[in-house]
Structures are given as structure tokens and as C-alpha cells.
Design a binder for this molecule. Structure first.
Ligand SMILES: Cc1cc2nc3c(=O)[nH]c(=O)nc-3n(C[C@H](O)[C@H](O)[C@H](O)COP(=O)(O)OP(=O)(O)OC[C@H]3O[C@@H](n4cnc5c(N)ncnc54)[C@H](O)[C@@H]3O)c2cc1C
Length: 365
């Protein structure tokens, strides 16, 4: 690694956030080098499924990395709670957009980013784990290492895991996504290809039991959680991810910036994580455009100021969904029902939620 200061930016972590950042910086005339601890091929094997907003689709398009042929459009989102009244429907045509968002396998997004990186020739140093001080010669170090340092961030534990799988249903999905809130945690069904991608939230206490279920038993369990608006026929094997809220209140430091899951790790139920990461990345690259010194404190401070409202909005919105909806306490359930009913009756409120899902806090772009 270089020992002299120059205009180059070191990116620690070659996951989707690190790759997108390198491409965005290049579009703004800045050179970056990526350092990734794992094999490049291992990074592409990501079991997550991403619900991406219109804003995210546009940014990935500008980066030359939108995997159009593998993305499924969401045209309706159905939000409801089990054992409670009230439900709301958010429809693309009502919001004046072609789609409310897209569902795409993270591995497809990463492969598209990886191919764009190869086309541009941006250096990607695989099997290179970066330690403290290793990147001191660079003008700026961007940390996209996928986790918030436990000593540097705020944390909230939800005591939950997300269980992911794909299921086939008796009826086609018709591009409808489902967000269902239950006392045991939220459940999301995202249309992907000709099946549904499931994000099932499980309290930690029952995780081992859920892991032990065979396919048939799991389908019965899922059906009970979801209700009978779809009949589940078959499932793929399950993968579980621990869930919690972690975020750095200040995403910048001396010649340092934190992005993606290294800046904030959010509960996936609201589908905000990578969407927010892409907005951060785009704004950072724009703020550094044409800089003689991309690590200059005033540039980084301006970036952090500019991103404060959107970051706080996405973190608060996600946390509200978990705490406002993930509780079986009777009065709360009534309030939630009233909230969903109000959303259904009051188009502006529905529009607000829809815009947050589609564009982010500032009705991006
Ligand atoms: C179950 C689940 C579902 C999700 N669903 C959605 C969704 O629907 N919509 C959405 O927008 N977001 C979603 N997210 C969030 C999304 O997956 C993340 O925002 C995104 O993948 C984060 O990418 P990243 O590059 O920051 O981190 P990662 O993908 O974790 O990449 C970090 C990389 O850094 C490398 N690394 C770590 N330390 C070092 C080091 N010291 N030196 C070098 N390399 C290092 C790692 O090997 C890794 O490859 C979901 C997340 C989960 C868990």
C-alpha cells in the first residue's frame, strides 16, 4: 500500500456498497482502490434478496450495474396486521410511478457491479484484510466493511433473526408485495421471478425450533403466520441472519467515511438498507467531485450534514415499523389498526409512506 498522501481513495470492503462507491467516484473523476478480505467470487454468493427503490434503480443504472433482466417490479404493496383490523394498499399508479420498487437477488446486483468494475479496470485487491493504519497513505479511507464497529455506534437489539427462503404459491404473485405485522415480528413476501422471496422475522427463542422444521412443517408454520391470502406449496432451504439496529451517529472522521452497513445496519423489513447506502454513496461522490483533496475535513463535514435528515429518517422509519407494529399489546394493536385505516382513508399519509419506500426522505432523486 502507498506511503505518500495522494488524491486516491481506499475502500475497505468489496461488497455491494464498496463496489458501488468505487464506480460512483470514478464517474466523478476520482480514483479508488478496493481492498476485500475474501475471495472476489465469495462476495458474489449472497443469499439476501433486495427490495430496491426507484431511486436505487436509477443510481445503479448510472453506474452501469442495473440487472434489469433479473428484477421483478412491485406494483402493489399490501400492509396489514394479524389479529387486527385495518390494512392498506399502496399502488404504483396512484403514486404516478411505473413500479413502487424492484425485487432482485443481491447476488445479481453484486454480479452486475462486479462486471462494471471489471469493465472500468478499478483495482480490486481480494484476500486483503485491512487493519488499523494500513491505508494511511490515501487521501481518504471509505469503510464499507459491512458492520458497525461495536465501540463506535449506537445499538438496539431486537432479539430477532430474519429467516430467508423462496416459496411457491398456488396463485401467481401479480407483482404484489406483502408486509404483514404479527406479534412474533413482521413478515414480508416479495415477488421475485415466479415465486415469493420470504423475509420471516423470528424471535431468537424459537430460532432453533424453526431451523429444525422440515419443508412441510415450515410451510404450515409460515401459513399460520401469513394467513390464507396465499396458499404456500413449496419452499427452498432457509438461511437466517441476526437482526438489530446499529448505526454511527457521525458517519465521517479524520480522512475517514463509513458507508453501507458499516454506517448503519437496519432491520430488513422496511427494505431501507441498501437503498440508503446508494443514496449516501451517490451524495458522497457528488460532494467530492473535482476535489483536490477528497479527504478535506470541510468536504466530509458538508457531506455528513447533507445526509443527516435522510439517514435519521430511514433509521427512524425502520425502527418505528418494528416497535410500532411488532407488539401484541392490545391498545397498541388498536392504534396500529387505526394507523393502517388512516393510511387507507387519507391518501396524503399513504403517499408519504409510499414516497419513503420509493425515494427516501427527500423524495429522491
Ligand atoms: C436478511 C436481509 C435482507 C435485506 N433486505 C434488504 C432490502 O430488501 N433492501 C435493502 O435496501 N437492503 C436490504 N438489506 C440490507 C443490505 O443487504 C445491505 O445494506 C447491503 O448488503 C450492505 O452491503 P455492504 O457492502 O455495506 O456490506 P457487506 O455486503 O457485508 O460487505 C462488506 C464486505 O467487507 C469485507 N470486509 C470486512 N472487513 C474487512 C476488512 N478489514 N478488510 C477488507 N475487507 C473487509 C467483507 O468480507 C465483505 O465482503 C437486507 C439485509 C439483510 C440481512
Amino acid at each position: 500500500m502507498p506511503e505518500t498522501a495522494d488524491r486516491r481513495i481506499a475502500i475497505v470492503g468489496g461488497g455491494p456498497a464498496g463496489m458501488a462507491l468505487a464506480l460512483a467516484l470514478r464517474l466523478h473523476g476520482l480514483e479508488a482502490e478496493i481492498f476485500e478480505a475474501r475471495d472476489r467470487s465469495a462476495v458474489r454468493k449472497d443469499a439476501r434478496v433486495l427490495a430496491l427503490s426507484e431511486g436505487a434503480r436509477q443510481i445503479l443504472g448510472w453506474l452501469g450495474a442495473w440487472p434489469a433482466s433479473s428484477a421483478t417490479a412491485i406494483r402493489t404493496i399490501h400492509v396489514s396486521q394479524r389479529h387486527g383490523f385495518g390494512r392498506t394498499l399502496i399502488r404504483a399508479e396512484e403514486q404516478g410511478v411505473e413500479a413502487l420498487g424492484w425485487v432482485v437477488a443481491a447476488s445479481e446486483v453484486i454480479s452486475a457491479l462486479d462486471a462494471a468494475l471489471s469493465r472500468t479496470g478499478i483495482p480490486y485487491r481480494e484476500q486483503t484484510k485491512v487493519g488499523a493504519g494500513d491505508t494511511a497513505g490515501f487521501a481518504l479511507t471509505a469503510y464499507a466493511e459491512g458492520a458497525v464497529d461495536p465501540d463506535a455506534g449506537e445499538r438496539r437489539d431486537y432479539g430477532q433473526h430474519a429467516v430467508l427462503c423462496n416459496v411457491r404459491t398456488a396463485e401467481p404473485h401479480r407483482n404484489v408485495a406483502w408486509e404483514r405485522f404479527t406479534g412474533e415480528g413482521p413478515l414480508a413476501l416479495l415477488p421475485l421471478g415466479d415465486s415469493y422471496s420470504v423475509v420471516l422475522t423470528c424471535q431468537d427463542e424459537i430460532l432453533d425450533w424453526v431451523r429444525g422444521l422440515d419443508d412441510e412443517e415450515f410451510l404450515v408454520f409460515l401459513q399460520r403466520r401469513f394467513g390464507n391470502r396465499h396458499r404456500f406449496l413449496a419452499t427452498t432451504p432457509r438461511v437466517a441472519y441476526p437482526l438489530g439496529l446499529r448505526y454511527r451517529p457521525h458517519p465521517v472522521g479524520a480522512r475517514q467515511v463509513w458507508l453501507g452497513n458499516a454506517a448503519q445496519t437496519l432491520h430488513p423489513v422496511a427494505g431501507q438498507g441498501f437503498n440508503l447506502a446508494l443514496r449516501d454513496i451517490w451524495e458522497l461522490a457528488t460532494s467530492l467531485s473535482g476535489a483536490d483533496d477528497p479527504g478535506a475535513p470541510e468536504r466530509l463535514a458538508a457531506y455528513a450534514r447533507g445526509r443527516m435528515a435522510d439517514r435519521r429518517g430511514a433509521i427512524g422509519f425502520t425502527d418505528l415499523l418494528i416497535h410500532g407494529f411488532g407488539n401484541e399489546f392490545g391498545p397498541l394493536r388498536t392504534l396500529r389498526g387505526a394507523g393502517l385505516l388512516a393510511m387507507d382513508i387519507l391518501p396524503p399519509l399513504r403517499g408519504f409512506v409510499a414516497r419513503r419506500m420509493i425515494f427516501g426522505a427527500r423524495a429522491w432523486p
